[in-house]
Design a protein around this ligand. Sequence first.
Ligand code: KG4
Ligand code: ZN
Length: 341
Amino acid sequence: MLILGFETSCDETACAVVKNGRLILSNVIATSLKEHRKFGGIIPEIASRRQLELINAVTQSSLEKANVTLNDINAIAVTKSPGLIGSLLVGISYARALSFATQKPLIEIDHIKAHLYANFLYSEHFPKCQVQHRKPGTFGNVPKPPKLPAIGLIVSGGHTSLYLMKSPIDYQLLGQTRDDAAGEAFDKVSRILGLGYPGGPAIDRLAKTQTDSPLRFSCAQMEGTHDFSFSGIKTAVLHHHQRNPNATPTDLAQIAYSFQDSVVSILVKKSIAACLERKIKTLLLGGGVAANSALRQKLTAEGQKYGIKIFLPPMSLCLDNAAMIAGCGYHWLKSQKSTKS
Ligand code: KG4
Ligand code: ZN
């Protein structure tokens, strides 16, 4: 079964073809990120205007790369929410029109949960990337899918949530951030330090130049809950930076290291705790912050310590993409819970 997926929740215009919910035949992503950099964040108007211009070409390219035509497609999946309203509207309107014109079913997908589904996907075009954190399964080169139930940590620019994933369509929210998302904290701290947008990769790179830091910025622990809070640590960095305005490049690197270390520690601690509490042996990571090198390392190390199998999406599937939307769409279609336009 072939699903054509669309993702336009933020600055990306993405279209993918996924076979049987797992095999990526194409995954085309165009982004307007560069145009937003000078503003220090995404400008919704610019994002949606670009998406309007790009979506036709991105769709054509995705079908061509998958070597299929619209006739071969069984259903269409699109990001329903959350996201920028103008951007979502471009994808949803396009997908609904396509569904109407071709008389193919339309499935509308929750973007956040789809991020976790990235761990179920694989591709014959970049197998190394797909199997680097897992052993190939018993079916030829097809990597085994993660065993469910699993704990899922979603860390993106807009969300930080812990889920109990019972099936690809059944999720129970265990906890979430009470204020800023982890990615948002990375972006804001980067802005405070003058490192530019997006902040996550900039802080990640700078923190890598240090092996320790004399500074300590701590995150609120939110004891007794699966919740997170990142606004306090962001403010602590701001106050520190205001008190020390003549920071050298080394000072900035130490701030980046300490901030990142603290955010990563709480994310890992709460995720492992949720696994232990529920006696679950599989942990899935998803969302843009899943690209963070320190988070990937620490989660892998702690997983080994506690006998928990950690699934990290390949870098190409950490950020927003349509393959995760098409993959989820397959399961919704199978479960007959699709939403026809
Ligand atoms: O999932 P995503 O592409 O968009 C949302 O749905 O929000 O995530 C974007 C977020 C941004 O906040 C960005 O700074 C963060 O992911 N990010 C990172 C890294 N790469 C991207 N955060 C930490 N370390 C990274 N290497
Ligand atoms: Zn996202």
